[in-house]
Design a protein around this ligand. Structure first.
Ligand code: BGC
Length: 760
């Protein structure tokens, strides 16, 4: 029997510690303020605080038909979301403060997911930078811009781990890895919130709690059924990191978890989040999530609203379940006043912490809105980080970077679209201000080269699919026939020296309710690509995507492939920076890129099985594999090329044994062996070789982004403490189990050097 090193509290179900009864914060001044206010509130006013309607300024769900102004005046609203503009927000706040009986200020929320008007790359792309400093700064800038218009609460970070690229919302998260996901969750909360003191520090909302990224079949909103051990080891870390970083709020997810919708899941909201993790913010539902429990089959609106409140939900987004039914439920004994008061208290505490009782207009500044939104400094930052997010998948014969000379043809359905550049969930974006790729390329080359353009094809031949995926008017379908468009593209291509093919998805091919059952390049674009290659001209493929896509044919046949995701408001300039070599690409995949649909889900930190293959390239009878595919992805987690090359050598460990109080240093020498200065993301993986449960073949446990001049070497060092070796065992105890471990260091999850040590 192994000796187990335990740390912290065991994972007992601590529901008693975090019941729904009212517990005060311990901040004397705040408690006294909230006590006094609550003593004056009617039941109706209390329920009003739990109500979060959407304005129809920005549409992110089924529209709501309520007169928000009148409801606010009647004290029936706690916050409002989806309004853009300082003046509009100021007026609604005025109504709350001057016309409602108690003058309680509203909180104003918005989906500021990857920037406000200065739009950063989509979160999946941001994660591929592995640059937590820059990611934190992106959140900081988003907070500065959003707060100027009066937004004090963002529905971000979205931290759902996702291993299934069919799921459209893979675009909104940080990929498949819990360690990286946790690091990003932490810095985003810090970036938005700072100390929650200044008028440009806004409240974060960690979402979607929980496991929203693991729906069956990759279909949005679908069922999640998972072992608790897997939840804790593979999915929960980013949520916990957000909680530990002090996020002011959490949002429930739409899905069921082991049969219980998250919004009514007391184990999740109260036992885990509040009890086990000791978090004390407020919980808002996702859009109409309470009412959706009727369709989940849990009862009528009154029943499900009571269930949500009792589970630990505090605020009802759009469903009107709390406002509409809790008074009746109180009368009938379905809920008690203590449960209502606990939720009201958490909302009022949030408003207090934001400083809204002191100054309800704190975050509203038409002046700042003019001077601090979409500034050149913010745009510069967005452009810089965008260059770090692109992943160079292939670069045969060093085709990239291109010279700024000759005739450059930019061809493809994504080449000349402005509105697609920012990517999904950029609700405050002003696409008219952003450049198309063609404009970015033209600006970059100036008069040194000629740039020609042809669309070449629509996104797909299926007009209905294309319309569904371009709902927010972000793409114009070309009414010409496929043949006519192709002929035009071929004539442009033949008159060029090099072709940049801008292919892939439109921004709304990913995002909410944009799951895809086929993530290959659509047929018409494949036809275009093949035609372009047939000209014999060198082709650089830029793959626009909100998720990993399948590019098996492309990787065999196209000389250079740069995955550019959706790079935000400055994407066009940033792409030009990388294409022409002002910056060497340094992005590394945070989700594995599959070879084919059938092997999904494919992820690097899988278990070994009892019959692992010995050689992935070949079929092996009676081993875990496919007769028609390799197991490995086309491009693994952590993968990404550069314009230079890096050599890893001299890996060493400071010791071969450690106890629970020791630290082992793992180091490796990284040399830039090419002729360009560049950044590299050095990654550390660890494998727990023998455990009381089966353990993954490797898990990310450290990473560092370093800059190396051509020819330069650096020794990169990681510290391994016992904490990095812990996991949740079958009894959900957080333990490090003595025995042998392998440390792996390298430039991607598949390409590592390794050494072993023993934990005594
Ligand atoms: C999404 C959330 C979002 C909310 C408010 C929902 O449909 O799932 O991520 O924050 O709408 O717009």
């Amino acid at each position: 029997m192994k000796k187990i090193i335990r740390c912290g509290i065991g994972l007992l179900l601590l529901s008693s510690l975090a019941s729904c009864s009212q517990s005060k914060s311990g901040d004397g001044a705040m408690d006294a303020y909230v006590d006094k206010l609550m003593s004056q509130m009617t039941l109706e006013e209390k329920l009003g605080q739990l109500n979060l309607p959407a304005s129809d300024d920005i549409v992110t769900g089924q529209a709501q038909n309520s007169n928000i102004g009148q409801m606010v005046a009647a004290g029936k609203v706690g916050g409002v979301f989806n309004i853009k503009g300082a003046e509009k927000i100021r007026e609604l706040q005025r109504v709350a403060v001057e016309e409602s009986r108690l003058g309680i200020p509203l909180i104003f929320g918005m989906d500021v997911i990857h920037g406000y008007e200065t739009v950063f790359p989509i979160p999946l792309a941001l994660s591929c930078s592995w640059d937590t400093v820059a990611i934190k700064n992106s959140a900081r800038i988003a907070a500065i811009e959003a707060s100027a218009s009066g937004i004090c609460w963002t529905f971000s970070p979205m931290v759902d781990i996702c291993r299934d690229p069919r799921w459209g919302r893979a675009s909104e998260g940080s990929g498949e890895d819990p360690f990286l996901g946790a690091a990003i969750a932490r810095v985003m909360v810090e970036g938005y919130q700072g100390n929650l003191q200044e008028n440009n520090e806004i409240m974060a909302c960690v979402k979607h709690f929980a496991l929203y990224g693991a729906p069956e079949g990759g279909r949005d909103y679908n069922t999640v059924d998972m072992s608790r051990q897997r939840m804790f080891n593979e999915y929960f870390a980013p949520y916990k990191a957000g909680a530990d970083a002090g996020a002011g709020s959490f949002m429930t997810s739409f899905n069921t978890i082991d049969g219980i919708p998250a919004t009514a899941n007391k184990w999740l909201l109260t036992d885990v989040l509040r009890g086990m993790w000791g978090w004390n913010g407020f919980i808002v539902t996702d859009y109409t999530a309470i009412a959706e429990m009727i369709d989940h089959g849990l009862g009528d609106l009154q029943t499900v609203s009571a269930l949500a409140l009792k589970a630990g939900t505090d605020m009802d987004m759009v469903a009107d379940g709390f406002n509409g039914t809790l008074a009746k439920s109180l009368d009938e004994g379905l809920v008690n006043l203590g449960q209502i008061d606990a939720a009201v208290r958490r909302i009022l505490e949030a408003k207090y912490k934001l400083g809204l009782f002191e100054d309800p207009y704190k975050f509203i500044s038409p002046e700042r809105e003019k001077t601090e939104v979409y500034t050149s400094a913010h745009r510069e930052e967005a452009r810089k980080i965008a260059t770090e997010t692109f992943v160079l998948l292939k670069n045969e014969g060093n085709l990239l970077p291109l010279d700024k000379k000759g005739r450059i043809a930019v061809i493809g359905p994504l080449a000349n679209t402005r509105a697609n550049m920012p990517g999904t969930w950029s609700v405050a974006a002003d696409p008219n201000k952003y450049k198309t790729l063609v404009e970015g390329i033209r600006d970059a080359v100036g008069d040194k080269a000629t740039v020609t353009y042809a669309k070449g094809s629509n996104l797909t031949l299926d007009a209905e699919l294309e319309a569904n995926a371009t709902m927010f008017g972000r793409e114009m379908r070309d009414n010409r026939s496929e043949d006519v468009m192709l002929a035009e593209a071929l004539s442009v291509a033949r008159n060029s020296d090099v072709i940049i093919a801008a292919l892939g998805e439109s921004s709304e091919f990913s995002g909410e309710s944009s799951s895809r059952s086929d993530i290959n390049l659509p047929e018409t674009q494949m036809k275009l690509l093949k035609a372009l290659l047939s000209t014999g001209k060198p082709v650089v493929m830029l793959n626009f995507s909100g998720r990993p896509t399948i590019m098996s044919w492309e990787s065999e046949n196209v000389p250079a492939i740069l995955n550019v995701w959706f790079g935000g408001s400055e994407a066009a300039d940033a792409i030009a920076d990388v294409v022409f070599g002002e910056v060497s690409p340094s992005g590394k995949l945070t989700m594995s890129m599959p070879r084919n649909m059938g092997q999904i889900p494919v992820y690097y930190n899988h278990l070994n099985t009892g019959r692992p293959k010995t050689q992935d390239e070949k079929f092996e009878k009676f081993r875990s594999g496919y007769i028609d595919s390799q197991n490995s992805p086309l491009y693994p987690f952590g993968y990404g090329l550069s314009y230079t090359t890096f050599e890893y050598s001299d890996m060493a460990l400071s010791a071969e044994e450690m106890t629970e109080n020791d630290i082992i240093k793992a180091c490796v020498k990284v040399t830039n062996t090419g002729s360009r200065d560049a950044d590299e993301v050095v990654q550390m993986y660890i494998r727990d070789i023998v455990g009381s449960s089966s353990r993954p073949v490797k898990e990310l446990k450290g990473f560092q982004r370093i800059s190396l001049k051509a020819g330069e070497s650096k020794v990169v060092e990681f510290s391994i403490s016992v904490d990095l070796l812990k996991y949740y065992n079958y009894d959900l105890e957080y333990v490090a189990e003595p025995g042998e471990f392998t440390v792996m260091l390298g430039g991607d999850s598949d390409n590592v050097k390794s050494l072993n040590f023993t934990l005594k």
